[in-house]
Write a protein that binds this ligand. Structure first.
Ligand code: ZN
Length: 374
């Protein structure tokens, strides 16, 4: 085990911001990168990372690791400092407004036909060449704002990994996983190992978050080639650890064990007890099949559905009680389609456009590549 502490360029006189990077296992094979808290107001992952550090340390001592595991237990110390009247407001950078989990993708134009032309029939050599190119692109990135420095520093640790896991959470939600729609087998295996019921499969060629920043270059390059160019392109996933109040050692241990079971299934860890079979039915859909249920009026919400409900078209999802009518008046929010309620925002005073719930549905609801949250 090794711990390195990396310092961001100072954004303010007298302030130095440090990120810890924990390393486990042999460094001459595959690389696994796991981080928590890029959205600094999402805290379940911070505890899962601590469980991972403990477990990976023991596994390393027992020579059970067959890959290099890198754990960044708090990926966003800038966001952690953004405390307002007691609450951490860590989704977007206060200085620039930038969502910490957007805006770090490598230049899409770099993965052109000319770039693709350097790859040959030797897929293993192609993998190495791609990872070298990715490291160089990150190293050469020019940065200004502190959030850009943060992204560069994180990518410098992660961009060449074979597996990238970014730990997040929702507000009130069933546990779910996002990953590229080009890697359904690995994504669904990850969800089964975690015992998570919902898989959201994403077109990674458009706007991307941290996870797909790692898979997009491989996919864009492959699009210029007829034969399969790569042996083991990066697999990356955003793991949504339920809601932000779901912080407990019991859940963190369960999620840590699920992640380790996934890596054991990939032969990167040996000697673990057999994973428990998944006990939940798996719903795997494209991200475009998520229906956002939005508020249509300002007021107080009373919810008529719960997580894991299967609502039918026409069911009442919520009432919005208007506050400025002569007598109490309610606006019903009706499900426009069938779907599984997998996320609730549990906001009780809302404005028009604000999301109340998300449904996993059988039909395309949004344009490919559209974002579910700002
Ligand atoms: Zn998040």
């Amino acid at each position: 085990m090794a711990l390195t502490r990396l310092t961001l360029p100072a954004a303010n006189a007298g302030q130095h911001t440090v990120i810890n990077v924990h390393h486990f296992g042999p460094e001459n094979g595959q690389k696994v990168y796991i981080q928590a808290g890029l959205h600094a107001d999402e805290h379940p992952g911070l505890l899962v990372a601590q469980h991972l550090i403990e477990q990976l340390s023991a596994l390393e001592t027992n020579h059970q690791l067959h890959a290099h595991f890198v754990v960044v237990p708090y990926a966003n110390p800038i966001g952690l400092k953004q405390r307002s009247f007691g609450k951490v407001v860590g989704r977007c950078d206060w200085h620039t407004g930038q969502n910490f989990n957007r805006g770090m993708a490598l230049d899409r134009d770099a993965f052109s036909g000319e770039f693709a032309a350097q790859f040959s029939a030797d897929t293993a050599a192609n993998d190495q060449r791609m990872r070298t190119s990715l490291r160089e692109m990150v190293n050469q990135r020019l940065v200004g704002f502190e959030v850009e420095s943060l992204h560069k520093l994180l990518l410098s640790q992660s961009i060449d990994a074979h597996y990238v896991i970014d730990l997040h959470c929702d507000v009130v939600a069933l546990p779910h996983v996002f990953y590229g729609s080009h890697q359904p087998d690995e994504g669904r295996l990850l969800a089964r190992c975690l015992n998570f019921p919902v898989c959201l499969e994403e077109d990674v060629t458009g706007t991307v978050a941290f996870d797909a920043t790692h898979t997009q270059p491989w996919v864009l390059t492959q699009q210029h080639l007829t034969d399969t160019a790569f042996e083991q392109p990066c697999f990356a996933a955003t793991v949504e650890l339920r809601g932000n109040a779901d912080v407990s050692d019991e859940l963190a241990k369960q999620d840590c064990d699920g992640l380790l079971a996934f890596f054991a299934a990939k032969d990167l860890i040996s000697g673990l007890p057999p994973a428990q079979p998944s006990t939940v039915a798996q719903t795997a859909i494209a991200v475009e099949q998520v229906k956002l249920i939005n508020a249509t009026a300002p007021g107080i919400v009373t919810y008529h559905c719960q997580l894991n409900d299967h609502v039918r078209r026409g069911d009442k999802i919520a009432d919005i009680v208007l506050l400025d009518e002569p007598m109490p008046t309610r606006v019903a929010i009706i499900a426009p389609c069938d779907g599984l309620v997998f996320s609730l925002t549990n906001e009780f005073y809302v404005s028009p456009g604000q999301t109340l719930a998300m449904l996993a549905t059988d039909e395309v609801q949004n344009k490919a590549g559209s974002q579910l949250a700002f």
